[in-house]
Design a protein. Structure first.
Length: 645
């Protein structure tokens, strides 16, 4: 391979260099925010590569290397990366943004796949500014020109605001250029234009509806509705991004001609009613200031006419504070290689692959689904529990690398099968070292090979006290149901299936449902259920095919969907919760069934549990009682389920 120095490559010196964007070497090569190649040379250097897909060689010394945004290749210890010569040094390396590849090489290094703790990006300055939705910016309107039904979209700077009209009969919606009252509105740096407004004209006993939808929720919304007179009324309501109604504050003058009322029952007055007097558009006594603290994602403006003559009201421009610009996502999928030396490797967010190689390494997966390969005796592997959690260790040929002709032995902690040890055994049967693992859901020989262990974490059930792990629920606890509000649990139970039992009856292996496999955030995190456990699907296809929009489908009949699969485990605990009747409960953000005793399911539990249920529900001893404990929804058969999704 070629020499790593030369034209186009930014070279450091033998001293302690500070190499960042703008640094220029002796040959005139500079670090930019593009795709740079940097070779720092000797010394204890600090390298900040900035943006772009950079290639960075740390050289000798104890270096600090920050990859910056985008997809970087970082080799922290090397004299000549092109000939494979390693240069020891205890380096601190952070890939930062992007899907990075980090090879620490020699030395006792500390590697972060994303950012060094405390240096994570913050919201971009300029977010949280005052912005406005301006009627006069919807084209070039003249006074009295009609406003279309919409949707009409306006980019206010950091937010798209969409204006639409409801089903309005005998209503005229026009641009209005007459001077408007704007008192009480904080425009910030925005221009407050008194000649920009929307006029709603409603015939006798009719109403108009208007909606403003924000692409991102906004705060501190302010506008006025003017010229409310002649027995007319306006009603203002708002909702957050989850569809929850939120507070609206209406303010009038002490001498107002308006009466504020609470009509919809939500806390606060949302309606302003006129008493028959007439006034101009800039008359404060016929005006209401609307303020919505937010965050607001939707605003509804309703104009009602109770008079026998047409009624006009005007709505000013709408001012609000935009959301802070979120920091760039750091949940990148990194490849982190420890190399020689005793390394500390932190995957942090994203689905990372971590390789320890030689030395006594400590490897931490961080959030999401991480993979650990090529480790050795003395190493510690911690998958962590954050994010979309499903961490894997693949044994591959680690035994052969450590002990030619040897093997490995995996043992799990009795009280937590996500923890345990991997013992290295040489060809003569002698134990030669141990790797300790924590918070690992899956150990397999190779990525597509048979799974050795897959621990099912506690499914979280929504209760009045929040989400509670299913194994912590007891009879008498209340859960949130889809049909009947809060319902009390009458019985809970569990059944343990060992690895040997699952080998004999593989049809009982659990079904893994990945995050979002059943719809957006359904479930909110990976979950595992028994094959016959039914999940609720809400589908237009189901309504067309089976005349039911909501149906129950056994998990084993959903494996045709992406993200749903039956998996191998060394054992599994199935936990049951039962209510007075068959219910649909919220589990890990997805609607799922409670236990329904039927001929097969009642025989699938242990004898003492069956007798416990019979003591609570004596009628279930008879087939008639089982038939009367009806399902909460229509249950699809396998061939029917294949038609959905």
């Amino acid at each position: 391979m070629a020499d790593p120095t030369g034209p186009g490559i930014v070279d450091g010196t033998e001293n302690d260099d500070n190499i960042d964007v703008g640094f220029t070497d002796s040959e005139g090569d500079s670090v930019t925010n593009g795709d740079d190649v940097i070779s720092s040379g000797d010394g204890d250097d600090s390298i900040q590569a900035g943006e772009g897909d950079d290639t960075i060689f740390g050289g000798m010394g104890n270096d600090t290397v920050l990859g910056g945004d985008d997809d970087d290749l970082i080799v922290s210890d090397t004299l000549g990366p092109y000939d494979g010569t390693e240069a020891p040094g205890d380096d601190l390396v952070a890939g930062e943004g992007g899907n990075d590849t980090v090879f620490a090489s020699a030395g006792d290094d500390t590697i972060y796949g994303d950012y060094i703790p405390g240096t994570e990006p913050t919201p971009t300055p300029g977010g949280g500014s005052r912005e406005s939705f301006n009627w006069s910016d919807l084209g070039s309107p003249a006074d009295g020109d009609p406003i279309g039904d919409g949707p009409l979209v306006q980019d206010t700077g950091s937010v798209d605001v969409t204006f639409t009209q409801g089903t309005n009969f005998r209503v005229d919606t026009n641009f209005e250029n007459d001077p408007q009252l704007l008192g009480g509105i904080d425009g910030g740096s925005e221009t407050t234009n008194p000649n920009s407004s929307m006029q709603s004209t409603v015939d006798f006993q009719e109403r108009s509806e208007y909606f403003l939808d924000f692409s991102d929720p906004v705060e501190d919304v302010q506008f006025r509705v003017n010229d409310i007179d002649n027995d007319s009324a306006v009603k203002i309501r708002a909702w957050d991004a989850e569809g929850n109604q939120i507070e609206v504050v209406l303010t009038t003058t002490p001498t107002t001609n308006l009466r504020l009322e609470n009509i919809d029952g939500f806390p606060g007055d949302e309606a302003a009613l006129a008493g028959g007097s007439s006034g101009a558009a800039d008359n404060p006594d016929n005006s209401v200031l609307v303020e919505i603290p937010g965050p607001a994602a939707r605003i509804e403006i309703v104009h009602l006419n109770l008079d026998d003559e047409p009624s006009d009201v005007t709505v000013t421009d709408v001012f609000f504070t935009s959301p802070n610009t979120p920091p760039p996502a750091v949940d990148a999928d990194d490849l982190l290689i420890g190399g020689a030396g005793d390394d500390m490797i932190y995957g942090q967010e994203g689905n990372d692959t971590i390789i320890g190689l030689t030395g006594v390494d400590q490897m931490f997966g961080g959030d999401d689904q991480d993979t650990f390969v090529y480790f050795g005796p003395g190493d510690t592997i911690d998958g962590n529990e954050g994010g979309v959690d499903f961490d894997s260790i693949y044994l591959l040929d680690v035994a052969e690398r450590v002990n030619p002709g040897g093997t490995t032995r995996v043992e799990f902690d009795a009280d937590n099968p996500e923890n345990g040890t991997i013992t290295f055994v040489d060809a003569d049967g002698n134990d030669t070292g141990v790797t300790r693992f924590l918070n690992i859901e899956n150990i397999a020989q190779e990525p597509d090979g048979p799974t050795i262990v897959c621990f099912t974490p506690g499914t979280r059930i929504l209760t009045p006290m929040g989400e509670v792990p299913v194994e912590q629920l007891q009879p008498g606890d209340k859960v949130v149901t889809r049909d009947n509000g809060l319902q009390e649990l009458r019985w809970t139970g569990s059944k343990r299936l060992s690895g040997k039992e699952l080998m004999a009856r593989p049809q009982l292996r659990p079904i893994l449902i990945k995050q979002g496999a059943l719809g957006p955030n359904q479930p909110e995190r990976d979950m595992m259920v028994s094959p016959s456990h039914r999940m609720l699907l809400v589908s237009q296809q189901a309504e067309l095919l089976f005349d039911e929009r909501e149906v129950l489908v056994a998990a084993k009949h959903l494996t045709h969907l992406d993200g749903v699969q039956q998996i191998d485990t060394v054992g599994v605990d199935y936990i049951h919760i039962m209510c007075e009747s068959h219910e649909v409960v919220l589990a890990d953000g997805a609607w799922s069934e409670s236990f329904q005793p039927g001929e097969y399911s009642i025989n699938g539990i242990d004898n003492d549990q069956r007798e416990e249920i019979y003591s609570l529900f004596p009628e279930l001893r008879e087939s008639e009682g089982l038939e009367n404990y009806t399902a909460a929804r229509l249950t699809l058969k396998r061939h029917e389920a294949q038609l959905i999704g």
